[in-house]
Design a protein around this ligand. Structure first.
Ligand code: MG
Ligand code: ZN
Length: 236
């Protein structure tokens, strides 16, 4: 039965990531500090599900997540969600559905905190066997966020599909030392090792949270510019 359901939608074949460009608004009088807060979605902003979040009405925000995103913006961070959503390449639903889910997510956040504007949502639609450059722990989505927010990559407002990531950008030696970040304040928050791995590969501050608590667990550390994040080693 499950197998048949999965075949209902023919998955769109794409090599690259899905990049949604949102408002990019900062609160009045706040100047961007140049750093990017990369946030995993499920288990960080909203409650995750083993069966994916398949529609807007399945979204349930974690307590304090909206306020925490507002806090990041009030401290001048760009906020970039980076999320693995293999339901898309499994053919369960299409990118258009992802857009609906994320439109609702942004609305719910702003209902609670008027500063909780997301700048960018980057989604890997692939499965592990697709061997793409975006699926965390590969750092491809973080690289794309950097390119768009700080390095002149041009994208349309709204949804951009199949944005390719060059192989050079995800060449990682997991056995060497952690590299230097583009910006000392860059950070990633996730509930899995794969989130920390992607951040480690970019040399940024790493924060692991309990998926039942999410972003609120670490917000005070994130806005403390002296906090160096969690210790993490991908291998060894
Ligand atoms: Mg997660
Ligand atoms: Zn991917």
């Amino acid at each position: 039965m499950q197998k048949k359901l999965e075949q209902l939608v023919l998955p769109m074949l794409m090599e690259g990531a899905i990049v949604e460009v949102l408002s990019a608004k900062f609160p009045a009088n706040i100047i961007p500090n140049g750093a990017i807060a990369y946030l995993d979605r499920d288990g960080v902003i909203n409650i995750g599900s083993p069966n994916y979040i398949n529609s807007p009405d399945e979204l349930k925000l974690l307590d304090g997540a909206a306020f925490s995103i507002g806090e990041l913006k009030r401290h001048g961070y760009y906020v970039c969600i980076v999320t693995n959503q293999s339901a898309i390449s499994r053919g369960l639903w299409e990118a258009k559905q992802l857009g609906k889910i994320h439109y609702h997510l942004q609305e719910m956040l702003l209902d609670i905190d008027e500063d909780a504007n997301i700048d960018l949502i980057i989604t890997c639609p692939h499965r592990q066997i697709d061997r793409c450059n975006c699926r965390k722990p590969m750092p491809g989505m973080l690289y794309l966020g950097h390119c768009y927010l700080r390095d002149g990559l041009t994208l349309d407002k709204g949804m951009n599909i199949d944005i390719k990531i060059p192989n050079d950008a995800v060449r990682v030696n997991w056995w060497k030392d952690k590299t230097m970040p583009f910006n000392q304040l860059d950070l990633i928050v996730g509930d899995r090792k794969s989130d920390l791995g992607a951040g480690w590969a970019r040399g940024i501050r790493l924060y692991k949270v309990n998926p039942n608590i999410g972003l609120n667990q670490v917000i005070e550390r994130l806005v403390n510019f002296k906090d160096e994040g969690d210790f993490f080693q991908p291998v060894r």
